[in-house]
Ligand binder design. Structure first.
Ligand SMILES: [Zn+2]
Length: 100
């Protein structure tokens, strides 16, 4: 019987925040705005410190998510046709005909 988790342990990085803890692979909820819409991604891969709780989102996952959320990335967006300003004709003040 071999325990795979002992052969292949999760990679850990020293925490840049507290210098004492280690960043462990974890899954957190990620929130971002797409235009003016709030997008939430549950179970987003991230690195979390076991001491101070510092959370860093996985860069590869971030890049993939950015590509997913912006289908127009790399494309040139043609601006919508600008409507010419119509000059409003001045309204003449009409005087009521004076009764004679
Ligand atoms: Zn830390």
């Amino acid at each position: 019987m071999t325990d795979l988790s002992q052969i292949l342990p999760d990679p850990v990085f020293p925490c840049a925040e507290c210098q004492a803890g280690h960043m462990h692979r974890d899954y957190v909820a990620y929130f971002t705005y797409l235009g003016d819409e709030l997008i939430s991604v549950p179970d987003f891969p991230a690195w979390v410190c076991d001491i101070c709780g510092r959370c860093e989102y996985d860069e590869n996952a971030l890049t993939r998510l950015t590509l997913l959320l912006s289908p127009n990335a790399g494309k040139t967006i043609t601006p919508s046709r600008i409507m010419p300003n119509r000059t409003r004709p001045k309204t003449k003040t009409q005087r009521p005909p004076s009764p004679e």
